[in-house]
Design a protein around this ligand. Structure first.
Ligand SMILES: NC(=O)c1ccc[n+]([C@@H]2O[C@H](COP(=O)([O-])OP(=O)(O)OC[C@H]3O[C@@H](n4cnc5c(N)ncnc54)[C@H](O)[C@@H]3O)[C@@H](O)[C@H]2O)c1
Ligand SMILES: [Zn+2]
Ligand SMILES: [Zn+2]
Length: 393
C-alpha cells in the first residue's frame, strides 16, 4: 500500500510499504478514505525528530471502511463506516471507565513513561503506524472506532478523530462562566474550531493569531479578533481593555510548543535538531524546553481566579514557569490530550442536525495522498490559505 512516511526534519515522502494485517484478536483493518494533517504532525515534521524512526507512517486523523476484524471484535463489522480516534484505548480499564481514554492502562506506553498509545506519533507514543495511508491496522478496535452513518460526505465526520473533540475539550476545560469571555490564543484548526464551539454555546469569544486569513475566517463568523502581528508588545493590555480592565474569565492556549515569539526556545529546538538522535532524545527528555510565549501570555492575560485551558501540545521537561503569577493570581489550569470518545456524544448530534459549526466546509484543501509532501510544506508555512488539509488515499 501507499503511505506517508517520515524520513527526517521536513522530509516526508509517499512510500510503498507492506499492507497491515490482523495481529491480535482485538484488531481491525480499515481502508482509509480520508485522513487529516494536524498541527501535531508539524511538531514531528520540525521538532520531535529525535523520537521518530526513519520510515514511520504518519497520521492520526483518519476515517474509512472496515475491511477485516479480529475474532475478539464483535461490535464493529466489515463494511462499517468508521472514524478512528487519534488515541488507542480499550474501553474497559480503570482510566477508560472514567473516560480518560488518553490514559488507557491497556495501551499506555510504559517504556517511555507516557499515556495511551497514539497513531503515527513517534516512539514516545508507541511507534504505532499512522493513518495517512491506504490501510490502517486499528488495535483495540472494539473501542478505537466511532461508527458514523452513511450519507453525508467524509468531510462532515472526519474531524471527529481529533479537531472536534480536541476543540470541545479545550472549551469544556476552560470552564467559561455564563455570560463570560474566553480568549483563544491561536486560530489554527484547533483554536478556530474551539472559537466556533464557544461562540455556538453563547460565550463572548476573542481570537488571537498573526496569520491574516486565519483571523479573517473566524472574524467573518462573528467572533472578535486581535492581530498579534500588531499587538505583539501590548497583547495583554489590549485584551484587558476589551474586558473591563480585569482580563477574560478563561484563556485557551491552542498554540503549543512552537509558538511565535520565543527566541530562546526556538534556538534550543534548532540545537536539538543538530544533535545525533540518541543525544537529542536525552536532551529533550531531561532538559527540553518549549517555546512558551503563548502559555506565558495566557498567564498574563487571564483574570485573577480565572481558568487556563492548555490544548496546544508541550513536550519540555525543564520549562521555566512563572509560579509567582500562577499562584498569586489563583489561576486554575487544565490540560491534556483530548479524550476523544468522551465528547463524541455531545458533538455527533450537531453534525447530524444542520452542522452549525460548519465542519463539512472546514477543510481549506483536499488533495490526493501522493501530494502529502507538498501539503505538509504548505501547511507548515501557512501558504495558500491552508488552515486544514485532508488527504485522499
Ligand atoms: N491536546 C490535544 O489533544 C491536541 C490535539 C490536536 C492538536 N493539538 C495541538 O494544538 C495545537 C494547535 O493545533 P493546530 O492544528 O491548530 O496547529 P497550527 O499550528 O495550525 O495552529 C497554531 C496557530 O497558532 C498561531 N500562533 C503561533 N504563535 C502564537 C502566539 N504566540 N499567540 C497566538 N497565536 C500564535 C499560529 O499562527 C497558528 O495559526 C498544536 O500544538 C497541536 O499539537 C493538541
Ligand atoms: Zn491531530
Ligand atoms: Zn483502557
Amino acid at each position: 500500500m501507499k503511505a506517508v512516511t517520515w524520513h527526517g526534519k521536513r522530509d516526508v515522502r509517499v512510500d510503498t510499504v507492506p499492507d497491515p494485517t490482523i495481529q491480535e484478536a482485538t484488531d481491525a483493518i480499515v481502508r482509509i478514505t480520508t485522513s487529516g494533517i494536524c498541527g501535531s504532525d508539524l511538531h514531528l515534521y520540525e521538532t520531535l525528530g529525535p523520537f521518530m524512526n526513519d520510515g514511520d507512517i504518519l497520521g492520526h486523523e483518519p476515517m474509512g471502511v472496515v475491511e477485516a476484524v479480529g475474532s475478539g471484535v464483535t461490535n464493529v463489522a466489515v463494511g462499517d463506516r468508521v472514524v478512528i480516534p487519534f488515541q488507542i484505548s480499550c474501553g474497559h480499564c480503570f482510566m477508560c471507565d472514567q473516560h480518560l481514554y488518553t490514559q488507557c492502562e491497556t495501551t499506555q506506553v510504559r517504556e517511555e513513561g507516557m499515556g495511551a498509545a497514539l497513531f503515527g506519533f513517534s516512539k514516545l507514543y508507541g511507534a504505532v503506524a499512522g493513518g495517512q495511508a491506504e490501510l490502517l491496522r486499528v488495535p483495540q478496535a472494539q473501542n478505537t472506532t466511532i461508527q458514523v452513518p452513511d450519507g453525508p460526505p467524509d468531510e462532515r465526520f472526519v474531524l471527529l478523530s481529533d479537531v472536534l473533540p480536541t476543540a470541545w475539550q479545550a472549551v469544556e476545560y476552560a470552564a467559561i462562566p455564563d455570560g463570560g469571555t474566553v480568549v483563544i490564543l491561536g486560530l489554527g484548526p484547533i483554536g478556530a474550531m474551539a472559537s466556533r464551539i464557544a461562540h455556538h454555546q453563547g460565550h463572548r469569544v476573542i481570537g488571537v493569531d498573526l496569520v491574516p486569513d486565519r483571523l479573517a475566517r473566524e472574524a467573518a463568523r462573528g467572533i472578535e479578533i486581535v492581530d498579534l502581528a500588531i499587538h505583539e508588545d501590548d497583547l495583554a493590555d489590549v485584551l484587558r481593555e476589551m474586558t473591563g480592565g480585569r482580563g477574560p474569565d478563561s484563556v485557551i492556549d491552542a498554540v503549543g510548543m512552537e509558538a511565535h515569539g520565543a527566541p530562546v526556545g526556538k534556538l534550543a529546538h534548532q540545537l536539538v535538531g543538530l544533535l545525533p538522535d540518541a543525544v537529542g532524545e536525552k536532551v529533550m527528555e531531561h532538559g527540553g524546553i518549549d517555546r512558551l510565549s503563548a502559555l506565558h501570555a495566557a498567564i498574563d492575560i487571564v483574570r485573577r481566579g480565572g481558568t487556563i485551558s492548555i490544548i496546544g501540545v508541550y513536550g519540555g521537561t525543564a520549562d521555566p514557569m512563572p509560579m509567582l503569577n500562577l499562584f498569586d493570581k489563583q489561576i486554575q489550569v487544565r490540560m491534556g490530550q483530548a479524550n476523544v470518545k468522551r465528547w463524541v456524544g455531545d458533538i455527533l448530534p450537531l453534525l447530524m442536525d444542520g452542522d452549525p459549526l460548519d465542519a463539512e466546509s472546514f477543510a481549506t484543501h483536499t488533495v490526493p495522498l501522493d501530494e502529502a509532501p507538498d501539503a505538509y510544506e504548505k501547511f507548515q508555512k501557512k501558504q495558500d490559505g491552508a488552515i486544514k488539509i485532508l488527504l485522499k488515499p
